[in-house]
Ligand binder design. Structure first.
Ligand SMILES: NC(=O)c1ccc[n+]([C@@H]2O[C@H](COP(=O)([O-])OP(=O)(O)OC[C@H]3O[C@@H](n4cnc5c(N)ncnc54)[C@H](O)[C@@H]3O)[C@@H](O)[C@H]2O)c1
Length: 449
């Protein structure tokens, strides 16, 4: 008990005085912004990643995340108090270790904690008394205490006595200029008071508002609740899109007007489906864990399958529009897909509904090409390896007019929509870009899908 207390006060002092040495394990979309924010808060910070190429790029000051200020990484590296490494031995030198590795779904669409387990095993080999280990990757309620903790305890050290452990969900919104790591309140949960207090103290120095909750499972559940809320509401608004369209009512106008209600309503906007490695994944974790403990989540499950079908529904509406407006079967059509990222202004095609629409149209026999300013060349991804290497078509009047239809799926800011409106022979808009911006479409008919 005495040992545990002195370990606690020692780490507390280090955090309070700004002398704690921090590490993120994983330098992806979550771990890198977090590592930089910790560094910018004054702590000596190391980012550990098994991807040596990424480590080298970061140490060379390269802007590996496109929406970062150009010099953010290079400034951090040149300060001498931030660096990336693939050397796991450096784990032992750190006081606070945040795990930010992927938590995808496996082939059966069940939670895949392989990366969390691997990261835990690496940390366990270097764990020393007095360290605080926080899991940030999205997991099901109970995983920090049931999966990560036993792995760390293979070190011979005991959680709550020799080292501290908790969970803090990531709320990063890539590309959002208003809400970023520092000003987004951060939920922190741990199963013992000492770990919780240390987390609140540490995160309180990193972000404006730490939000302590009573256990790691509660903090894990918060993340799943937030993303499941989005999942259900996106499914709902996409369902209303189709139903209102059949009634001759524009769903975007409905949502904007409904959003003027000052209470009890929150706007969600229609689109071609959900993407990224977060919103589609979290509800699956919740649903799986609910079944695991003998409960169920039928509303979430229905929303998930509805969202899964959204790209097919958009592709079907495009095929129907090609026939009614131009008398062309999808199998004979040349189609330009506008935007392949999973959402606006991000350089990320993981689980992108735009790619799902593209693939569905190609299954129907359409010849598809794409334009996306973030992807001059289509990257290699786990979900769509066959699309890798395709090149973005230049957005010229001649090129746009050369397609039978243009299908807008991702509404990036930096696209010449006026040009598209003038030259597309048939335009499908899944994001309401043209009406919302008051752009007159003169090249051909506009169909919202
Ligand atoms: N991307 C988002 O917007 C977002 C938002 C909220 C939560 N999350 C969650 O955060 C977690 C991380 O997501 P991400 O988008 O940063 O993933 P990512 O794929 O962008 O990055 C993960 C990084 O971890 C590295 N890595 C994998 N195994 C490792 C190991 N054993 N040791 C060290 N490094 C390892 C990979 O090389 C990669 O660079 C996931 O659980 C995700 O669901 C993501």
């Amino acid at each position: 008990m005495t040992t545990s207390f002195s370990l606690f006060t020692d780490l507390k002092d280090r955090i309070s005085s700004g002398n704690a040495r921090a590490m993120t394990v994983g330098l992806g979309y979550v771990g890198l912004p977090m590592a930089l924010t910790i560094h910018e808060s004054g702590y000596d910070t190391v980012g550990f990643d098994i991807n040596e190429t990424r480590v080298a790029q970061i140490n060379a000051g390269e802007q590996v995340i496109s929406y970062f200020p150009e010099d953010r990484i290079s400034n951090a590296v040149s300060s001498g108090r931030f660096r990336a490494t693939s050397d796991a031995a450096q784990i032992a030198e750190r006081d606070v270790i945040l795990i930010c590795v992927p938590t995808p779904l496996d082939a059966q669409r069940n939670p895949d904690l392989t990366y969390v387990r691997a990261a835990g095993e690496t940390i366990a080999r270097h764990l020393r008394p007095g360290q605080l280990v926080v899991l940030e990757s999205t997991v099901w309620p109970g995983a920090t205490s049931g999966v990560l903790k036993p792995i760390l305890e293979t070190s011979g050290l005991k959680a709550g006595r020799d080292f501290f452990i908790g969970f803090s969900p990531e709320r990063e919104d890539p590309g959002n200029a208003v809400h970023h790591t520092r000003n987004i309140p951060k939920v922190v949960g741990a199963d013992d008071k000492a770990s919780r207090d240390l987390m609140e103290l540490f995160y309180g120095r990193i972000v404006d508002t730490p939000v302590p909750v009573s256990s790691s499972a509660t903090a894990e559940a918060v993340k799943l609740a937030e993303n499941s809320f989005r999942t259900v509401n996106i499914a709902l608004v996409n369902e209303m899109k189709v139903a209102f369209d059949a009634m001759g009512v524009d769903v975007w106008e409905v949502v904007d007007a409904a959003a003027t209600k000052p209470f009890g309503y929150m706007p969600f906007y229609p689109g071609p489906g959900i993407g990224g490695d977060c919103i589609p994944v979290s509800p699956a974790y919740l649903s799986w864990r609910a079944r695991d403990v003998g409960s169920s989540t039928p509303i979430i499950d229905l929303a998930r399958s509805s969202n899964d079908m959204a790209p097919d529904s958009v592709a079907a509406r495009v095929a129907a529009g090609l026939m009614t407006e131009r008398g062309i079967a999808a199998s004979d059509a040349r189609v330009l897909i506008l935007g392949v990222a999973y959402k606006r202004d991000v350089e990320d095609t993981r689980v992108s509904p735009a790619l799902a629409v593209l693939k569905r149209l190609e299954e129907m026999g359409a010849a598809c090409e794409y334009h996306d300013p973030f992807f001059p060349v289509m990257p290699l991804t786990r979900d769509d390896p066959d699309l890798a290497g395709r090149k973005s078509v230049e957005l010229s009047a001649e090129n746009v007019a050369g397609f039978d239809a243009v299908v807008l799926l991702t509404d990036h800011s930096d696209v010449d929509y006026e040009l598209v409106a003038r030259h597309a022979r048939l335009l499908f808009d899944s994001r309401n870009v043209f009406d919302a911006r008051g752009i007159e479409v003169t090249g051909g008919p506009l169909i919202k899908v």
